[in-house]
Design a binder for this molecule. Sequence first.
Ligand code: PLP
Length: 233
Amino acid sequence: MSTIVHNLQAVDASIVAAASAAGRARADVQLLAVSKTFPAEAVLEAIGAGQTAFGENYLQEALDKIAAVGTALPGRAIEWHFIGPIQSNKTRPIATHFDWVHTVERLKIAQRLSEQRPDNLGPLNICLQVNISGEASKSGVTEAELPELARHVAQLPRLRLRGLMAIPEPETAVHRQRAAFARLRKLAEALRADGIAIDTLSMGMSSDLAAAIAEGATIVRIGSAIFGSRKYE
Ligand SMILES: *Cc1c(COP(=O)(O)O)cnc(C)c1O
């Protein structure tokens, strides 16, 4: 068995265990395989093992990979998620080639994605990235600005606001990992109480997946535990 196939099985087992410990169904947690920096061959191997959703951070690398996978497996339904920082002059290819974007933090970007989403595709699924670690992180909308951004994004015609995403500061203690994820969960609950219908919490990476699932993650974004350590970021 290849390393990637073996790793996918191990990650799946971790998700099963964490979901079960939290009294949740395995099916309520989607595994997003983060393939950034790894070649199309690695993605094809994961697809061969049944993985269908992939996360990418770097646009040009992602576009090349999406094209290569499309050529190798024409007609195969693969879900591509953009999870990297978004430059405003790069929104069109993102709106065209991806199914999800997890890293929306400004209305301007959301408006461009909505305007540029091709008519023949369904709505682009959106998560708002929230800065839950305060000044330690530069990325993400502040908790204070989140409700207004969510209200506006929810109105955009070719987007579907699905939920929230966060990348907390790395913590080794599980209770600290959980505290950060619990904040994101509570922010999502507050939005729902305000009438914004969201169903997604994109949180948890290779080192904190169990804590994220314990706090309600519906998408975990796993890179190195599947593909190995990256030679560069
Ligand atoms: C790279 C990356 C991941 C995956 O991180 P691992 O620690 O390799 O699992 C998840 N989410 C985002 C936004 C990333 O950039």
